[in-house]
Design a protein around this ligand. Structure first.
Ligand SMILES: Cc1cc2nc3c(=O)[nH]c(=O)nc-3n(C[C@H](O)[C@H](O)[C@H](O)COP(=O)(O)OP(=O)(O)OC[C@H]3O[C@@H](n4cnc5c(N)ncnc54)[C@H](O)[C@@H]3O)c2cc1C
Length: 326
């Protein structure tokens, strides 16, 4: 029997969407392995009201460890103790930079194998096999663990949060010791760097801008269009422009940025480099505006508009506003 321990990140009284996906996925896999999925929450604010409802996503048990939430090293301490005491065979993370840091720390602490950017996991002969895209997402590699503990870190949005309707998770508080180095960092401020209240990974519509915008102020065109769509629309960017300081890093889509799959991805002045493509190719509909008809993005978009974005985007914004009666 193999139980799976899933890290559940929380912020302002809510469990992170990717963590909910990881709990759901952990529950599915644990059932196939003949075990249970348990969740671990770290934080002085974490209580029964936050942990118990994880049962709806399939967690049979929710462990709560006190300490600072949002910092990696305290979670490594708490999780390493929980894994050792509980005899867990696998640990699962929903993705994101914090998950990468905790997973790497845990692997070092426990001598465990770790796989990052996982897009799928399956069970074979009582063991987990992690699937990870390689070579710019052109192929999938399958990874089996030889170590006693296997750590699986998903790519953002890889695991879907599914309510399975089970009852509340049994909540249990656990003790652990904070190592000296885990006390070196203190949380000064926690929040979303991307500004406003948009959630790029959760947005239905993304208006993304690239170097074709010409200058930092060019992003106003993307922001106006996103605002015209209203509701759940967000602005994103390529690495070229965030490296140039035109837009915040938190908005970067791609291999070294975020992975998104909105209903609509509108790319303005983006060439469509492979490193950008891997972060947005699973969008339901991709519209590209580019003045170069040979731009690579035209090879994988659903609708391509060849022309100057400075003329097209404002007209599109007006058309969307008119359509929505705004
Ligand atoms: C290891 C590594 C990791 C990377 N990770 C990422 C990543 O995570 N995300 C990412 O995005 N990139 C990443 N990159 C960079 C990537 O290779 C590209 O350089 C980058 O995506 C290009 O950004 P861009 O499309 O904004 O710029 P460009 O490639 O310069 O394209 C600008 C486009 O705008 C068009 N254009 C110009 N003016 C106009 C106009 N007036 N109207 C319409 N179109 C216009 C041009 O025709 C051109 O196609 C990475 C690179 C490496 C090596």
């Amino acid at each position: 029997m193999s139980n799976i321990l899933v890290y559940a990140l929380h912020y302002e009284g809510q469990i992170n969407k990717n963590s909910l996906g990881a709990v759901s996925e952990g529950a599915r896999l644990a059932a196939e392995l003949g075990g249970e999925a348990h969740a671990l929450l770290v934080g002085d604010q974490a209580g029964e009201e936050l942990a118990g409802p994880l049962g709806a996503y399939g967690a049979k048990k929710a462990l709560i460890a006190s300490g600072p939430e949002g910092l990696a090293q305290p979670v490594v301490d708490a999780m390493a103790k929980a894994i050792t005491d509980g005899g867990y065979k696998y640990a699962l993370f929903g993705g994101g930079l914090l998950g990468f840091e905790i997973g790497a720390g845990l692997a070092a602490r426990l001598g465990a194998g770790v796989v990052m950017e996982v897009t799928g996991v399956r069970v074979q002969e009582g063991k987990l096999i992690a699937q990870r895209p390689i070579l710019g997402d052109s192929a999938i590699s399958e990874i089996e663990f030889r170590s006693p503990v296997g750590i699986v870190i998903g790519r953002l949005n890889a695991f879907e949060a599914k309510e399975s309707g089970a009852g509340a998770a049994a909540v249990q508080r656990i003790d652990y010791e904070l190592s000296a180095h885990a006390q070196q960092a203190t949380m000064v401020k926690r929040g979303e760097q991307r500004g406003a209240d948009v959630d790029i990974e959760g947005a239905d519509i993304i208006v993304a801008g690239g170097r074709g915008l010409g200058k930092p102020e060019g992003f106003q065109l993307c922001e106006d269009l996103a605002a015209a769509f209203g509701g759940n629309a967000a602005v994103a960017a390529t690495r070229a422009v965030v490296d140039a300081g035109w837009y915040p890093y938190a908005a970067q889509i791609g291999q070294t940025g975020k992975t998104v799959s909105p209903k609509l991805y509108l790319a303005a002045g983006i060439s469509g480099a492979i490193q950008h493509k891997v972060g947005m190719q699973s969008s339901e509909n991709i519209i590209a505006i580019n003045k170069d008809s040979n731009a690579p993005i035209f090879e994988f978009c659903d609708l391509g508009i060849v022309g100057d974005l400075n003329k097209i985007v404002p007209k599109l914004t007006e058309a969307v506003k008119a359509r929505r009666g705004a």
